[in-house]
Write a protein that binds this ligand. Structure first.
Ligand code: PEP
Ligand code: CO
Length: 448
């Protein structure tokens, strides 16, 4: 694969899985052409900054926290919804860096997580066979044939909503909202009274004291490290027409960057070595992720690493393993050993969500908090045993008070799932469950 020349259109000669069947090719081409004229959502310099931070993660000097919705919902592109999710991510990062002792790289599944791979082209809804919902950038979730028709104008709308999301994220993270002397304000009203919320309040009080002490002894606290948060965006790079349209050549280096997000990942279903996704992403200079599930072949993963990171550049490639709590112990050690033996420099991140999905007796797709925590623990233990670095975690989560995953401090049971089940796709951790995991991870980080 690496022999032929790359261009931002060379992927078109390779089979691209999981692409919608756009009914009107002209309409599709027009939408892609429109996006390709619009400004980039992120800049090459920011992307390089993230890559450097991920290089720190790779050697264990920082920890990666990636999280957000399974599928972003166009109607949830509102300041409160974005702020609530950002708040939880900031809280988790503070917990992990303060209690865990490591800087945390914050990466949202946000501002473009609008396209979903599906296991089948159609699905049965109330006895009717309909095209599958493929994310708001493709079709609508409503169970009618009209709503499910792929509409390329949704890509254009997705671009503008990603842009609006990015804009408010920049405002929140750079404009004082994320300042460390506001840690108390990030605690959600409905979380405050829970044990996790109270544990967080105690930690926030310690941070307050530390900052006050700095002021008392005359240290300047009006510095970006305390007043601003660095925050990056990511999504599954699925719709290659959209990604191509936002791929731009950096004027300072001449390199190509996919400016739809800082980091892009290739999903479990589209990581074929000879496929269009791998072809496209080998040529852009962003940090990349690849999801690895229990059906991988080690040899194939090695070839993927070589194809996507031939120069073995630190921070370039993150392998996001998603084996499930019951399969990680069998799957992760041989993979880690094989890659270590090759001297490959990769960031290891744990997605404890996608291998732990099951259908509850109520019919809701769910995941149990205990399975999620178990997979994370095992992930750390395996990396410690193998002498590699457990670099990060990848969550599906929300700032809303949803009931989508079972367990956690409030012990959500199967019969509670219907109370506030909102997700467009996979079940997410709610704010309380997310904080609880952050405290657990902080303890693991402190252990080494
Ligand atoms: C996802 O992250 O939402 C997803 C579809 O994951 P995977 O590719 O690992 O199944
Ligand atoms: Co998902």
């Amino acid at each position: 694969m690496a022999q032929h020349e790359w261009s931002k259109t060379s992927w078109q000669h390779f089979p691209a899985l999981q692409q919608p069947r756009w009914p009107d090719q002209q309409e599709y081409a027009a939408a892609v052409a429109t996006i390709s004229q619009l400004p980039p959502l992120v800049f090459a310099g920011e992307i390089r900054d993230l890559k450097q931070k991920l290089a720190q993660v790779e050697v264990g000097k920082a920890f990666l926290l990636q999280g957000g919705d399974c599928a972003e919902d166009f109607t949830m592109c509102t300041a409160p919804a974005i702020r609530e999710l950002l708040k939880v991510i900031l809280q988790m990062a503070v917990i992990m860096s303060y209690a865990g002792g490591k800087p945390v790289v914050k990466l949202g599944r946000m501002a473009g997580q609008y396209a979903k791979p599906r296991s089948a082209d159609t699905e049965m809804v109330n006895g009717v066979e309909l095209p599958s919902y493929r994310g708001d950038m493709v079709n609508a979730i409503d169970p009618t044939p009209e709503a499910r028709r792929p509409d390329p104008q949704r890509m254009v709308k997705g671009y503008f909503l990603a842009c609006a999301t990015m804009n408010i994220l920049r405002a929140f993270t750079l404009g004082g909202y994320a300042a460390l002397d506001r840690v108390h304000a990030w605690n959600n009203e409905f979380v405050k009274t829970s044990p996790q919320g109270q544990q967080y309040e105690r930690l926030a009080a310690q941070i307050d004291q530390a900052i006050n002490f700095m002021r008392t002894v005359g240290l300047d606290t009006d510095i970006p490290q305390l007043q601003q948060a660095s925050f990056f965006t990511s999504h599954e790079a699925l719709l290659l027409g959209y990604e191509q349209a936002l791929t731009r050549q950096d004027s300072t280096t001449g390199d190509w960057y996919d400016c739809s997000a800082h980091m892009l990942w290739i999903g479990e279903r589209t990581r074929q070595l000879e496929g269009a996704h791998v072809e496209f992403f080998r040529g852009v200079h962003n940090p990349l992720g690849v999801k690895i599930g229990p059906n991988h072949e080690i040899d194939n993963v090695k070839k993927l690493v070589q194809a996507l990171n031939p120069a073995n550049e630190p921070g370039r490639l993150t392998l996001i393993t998603r084996f499930g709590a019951r399969k990680i112990a069998e799957n992760l050690p041989p993979l880690v050993r094989a890659l270590k033996q090759e001297g490959f420099r990769v960031v290891w991140s744990c997605d404890p969500m996608h291998g732990n999905t099951y259908t509850a007796e109520t019919g809701h797709k769910t995941r149990s908090f205990d399975d999620i925590l178990q997979e994370i623990r095992t992930f750390f233990e395996i990396h410690w045993a193998e002498g590699t670095v457990p670099g990060g975690v990848h969550f599906e989560m929300t700032g809303e008070n949803v009931t989508e995953c079972t367990g956690g401090g409030r012990n959500i049971m199967a019969h509670h799932l219907a109370e506030n089940y909102q997700t467009m796709c996979d079940p997410r951790l709610n704010a309380e469950q997310s904080l609880e995991l952050a405290f657990q991870i902080a303890e693991l980080l402190r252990e080494r």
